[in-house]
Design a protein around this ligand. Sequence first.
Ligand code: B12
Ligand code: SF4
Length: 485
Amino acid sequence: MKRLKAGLIIPHPEDQKWDNVWKIFRFPNLTLPTLAALFPEEEWDIEIQDELVAPLDFTRGYDLVLITVTTSVAIKAYEVARIFRQAGAQVILGGIHPSALPQEAARHADAVVIGEAESVMSRLLEDFKNNRLAKFYTMPGMADRWDRRLPRWDLLDPKGYLFRESLTATRGCNYRCKFCSIHLALGGGQYGYRKKPVAEVVAILEKIHSPLIMFWDDDLLSDPRYTRELCQALRPLGKKWMSQMSATYVAQHPEMLKLLAAGGCSAMFMGLESVDQESLTSVNKQNSAKNYETLIHRIQAVGIDVHAGFVSGLDHEDVFSFERTVEWGNRVGLCGAIWRVLTPYPGTQLFEEFRRAGRLLTTDWTAYSGEHVVFRPARMTPEELYWGHKWAKRQFYSYRSIGQRMLRRAKLQGAGELLNTFGTGVGYRAMFRIPSQERDVDVYRDRKHLPPQPIPVAYRFPYVRHSNWKHKILNHLADYLPVGA
Ligand code: B12
Ligand code: SF4
């Protein structure tokens, strides 16, 4: 029987390639290796194309194309689907955006998968072979087992990432923040919290040679008993790993931090969102802002780097919140921070609230990247929020702020932190393209005449050829860095 060929694609709009500057900041994709592992190898040849790594190649002669779609890439994904269909492939769309808006996605594809792929893929592939694809495949229930076969990390371009191995020990999260997509979007209101047996996680990690691993869990602390067991089991492996964790539990249970550090946790991404309690409460974030400073110091004391997530534009924030947040982050000595504009993703409670209140400014999904303002803020103009957010990022990653955090962290944790904090700060500067961003607008100085925010660019085909010698050199240099450095 003729072997079939599938292309698994993740598109990226032009102005969202914020982590493509240095390979060391390009995190490995897990969705496509996970989907690839669901294909029977005896019948299918599979390729993965991550547009962060290389321009998409539409001439690979695929029989079937699977595209994973988040909201901000949706418009580009639809264009990519059109081109692959024109080239003769059948196209399936899936992921968080098509799961939230299946009818919209169905206009651009041969079939749409709603929810997780594990329970529908074998039926879908059989239907494809028999030329009777249905328009929609809805997961009957959430997968309680996943990674029965290891994700096909081997299909990711080895030159594209510093390391390729990532996994999840758990899926879902026990909290219910109003702006979070994972509950309402994936499978219509479900996506509850599930755990992989600890022994299975250990068995997977034992097969991975890289000393550095990414856990793409939504909140590795949603079940602290599980986390404890996991850390104890990971300890003998001696691997370093990073994950996402909510600040809610560890703020009250600092003893967990020592276990995390001993289990190999070297960095955590933590959605602090705002240092203003009313803002946190307004989006049902369970964190307590008054505990943040102590919490950060406790985490630093056990040697774990905190990368905080801030969202700008919550309803209780005004134009002066940017300054307050930057000052706070510098004072407590955050290692790094990711700043995003509050974005009401379709399928979330926040989207419904804003839609009902007539506060949505656009449903041009490319603007839903966290870099644009797509709703009417409560205590600012959209322009103040747009430029204020840019101002905050620029301030936080100015050399002055990086220096301030270097000194602060060195005082708390020793001289080694000088280099770590400098490297992280400079890396984020490059990643967010701080030096080359649009016109330098100071939201405070120019408040009375702020220019409108630019319109995002979804796609430009054919690709514009440009010389990227600078990136090539940096990526080449990154090859000489020891993994996990
Ligand atoms: C890892 C991750 C990232 C990484 C991505 C690394 C990489 N190179 O891929 C980083 C940190 C870079 C990132 C960035 C962003 N992310 Co993100 N991210 C995640 C996270 C935590 C896990 C995704 C994952 O790998 N899960 C494991 C895999 C196996 O599961 P999965 O992707 O859901 O896939 C399953 C199903 O969805 C389905 N499926 C998915 N695609 C397809 C396709 C087909 C054809 C089929 C059949 C099935 C299918 O089957 C899979 C197996 O069951 C999710 C949260 C979440 N739980 O989804 C947020 C999430 C996807 N991110 C989100 C956001 C908002 C962003 C950013 C826009 C943030 C920002 N403002 O900068 C950026 C932009 C990224 C982009 N351009 O798409 C939102 C998306 C909301 C939305 N409606 O679009 C999520 C849901 C977080 C949230 N709490 O709301 N992210
Ligand atoms: S803690 Fe994080 S993953 Fe959980 S609901 Fe809130 S934003 Fe989503």
